[in-house]
Write a protein that binds this ligand. Structure first.
Ligand code: ZN
Length: 376
């Protein structure tokens, strides 16, 4: 069972095909293509948006905000916003305690070279650890959700404090692709319900993101999300060359490997427990946008993304840091496979809010792709 066009296969729960054998993610990609066509005009559109951002923020210390992880996409985003769009962004970083040395050095280098102020929000380690551990104990497919939510909250609470109305997002549907909701799901109620059942930390010390935050930051403060990489012909090779030539940025060896926790999740935990290879979403996207052939992509992801002895060391490091014993980890791997559908979340509430959420997407308050992932 594989999509005629991309690499989507039976490892994705709730995968659907149309009469021609094309999956729902390829259809979403097509819709995104219509919304963000690549032609001679496309980059002009992002310049127009940048002009408005400049005017709106001319009295502020910063006119925009960029979240940075030290990875390729967020580093290039900061470079593009500052050097190409000529804006005055504030860079923010969420430190969950798992940054690799390479990513820390990348973050410092890029901010210094571009002369951009950096603010780092260091997670309260004890609560972050216990919440992330509760996700592993629950046996869900997205134990990096607390990190993603922490990043999200950090960006919005900082933008709110600084009165910044534009937050940049470094996602590109043409290269990073569309992560299935059944693989990764993100909301504050999901975190609370998993933690209530499997955790013993202090949730009040964690940067969670509830519906009330959505109302505060989107509807009241009117903070918009802009995705510049959807307007340009974004390709990994070119971007990596620009970044290493211009700012001495260093690659860390694999997709999402800039964080040791994410590296563990995508290269060790998910393949072993769920047979999920998250590279599939990115390579599917690049197949759809004809950056690579389907055969070539399949050949790449048929090989493991991590070496055996490196894997052993990484597993030890992460389990130790999260206070998960080897026996507990064995139990986790053998436990029933579950995901957000087995827990209390905002998902059913969002389903009732389809129309207002579509409006938020139409007016750039939330990414169009987010809307498609939930309702597409
Ligand atoms: Zn497909």
């Amino acid at each position: 069972m594989e999509c005629k066009l991309c690499l989507s296969n039976e490892t994705i729960p709730n995968l659907r095909f149309d009469r021609d054998g094309i999956c729902q993610f390829c259809s979403m990609h097509e819709e995104m293509n219509k919304e963000y066509p690549l032609n001679a005009e496309s980059e002009k559109n992002i310049f127009k948006i940048a002009q408005k951002i400049k005017e709106d923020g001319k009295k502020l210390k910063y006119d925009s905000l960029v979240g940075i992880s030290g990875g390729r996409d967020s580093t290039f985003l900061l470079f593009y916003v500052k050097k190409v769009l000529k804006l005055r962004p504030l860079a923010v970083h969420y430190d969950n305690g798992f940054d690799s040395d390479v990513s820390v050095s990348n973050i410092l280098k890029v901010c210094e070279k571009l002369d951009v102020d950096l603010e780092t929000n260091v997670a309260d380690w004890n609560s972050f650890k216990k919440i992330t551990k509760s996700f592993f104990l629950a046996g869900v497919s997205d134990p990096d959700t607390p990190t993603d939510v922490g990043i999200f909250k950090t960006m919005y609470k900082t933008a709110y404090r600084e009165n910044i109305k534009y937050v940049f997002n470094g996602h590109s549907f043409r290269t990073e692709g569309i992560e299935p909701l059944d693989w990764t799901y993100m909301d504050g109620k999901y975190i609370r319900s998993i933690h209530d059942k499997f955790g013993d930390g202090d949730l009040s010390r964690f940067d969670n993101f509830y519906i009330s935050d959505l109302v505060k930051y989107k509807l009241i403060a009117g903070i918009k999300t802009i995705l510049p990489l959807n307007y340009i012909n974004y390709s990994y090779d070119k971007v990596e060359k620009i970044l290493s030539d211009e700012i001495g940025w260093t690659y860390y060896g694999g997709h999402h490997h800039e964080s040791l926790l994410t590296k563990f999740v995508v290269s060790c935990y998910l393949p072993k427990k769920f047979n999920i290879d998250r590279r599939l979403t990115s390579y599917s996207a690049m197949v759809r946008s004809k950056k690579i052939s389907k055969n070539e992509a399949k050949k790449i992801i048929s090989k493991k993304s991590i070496l055996e002895d490196e894997e052993e060391k990484l597993v030890d490091y992460v389990l130790n840091k999260l206070d998960i014993s080897n026996n507990q980890y064995k139990e986790i791997l053998n436990k029933k496979k579950v995901n957000f559908r087995n827990f209390k979340t905002y998902y059913s509430t969002y389903k009732h809010l389809k129309f207002p959420i579509k409006l938020l997407a139409d007016f750039n308050f939330i990414p169009k792709l987010l809307y498609l992932r939930y309702f597409g």
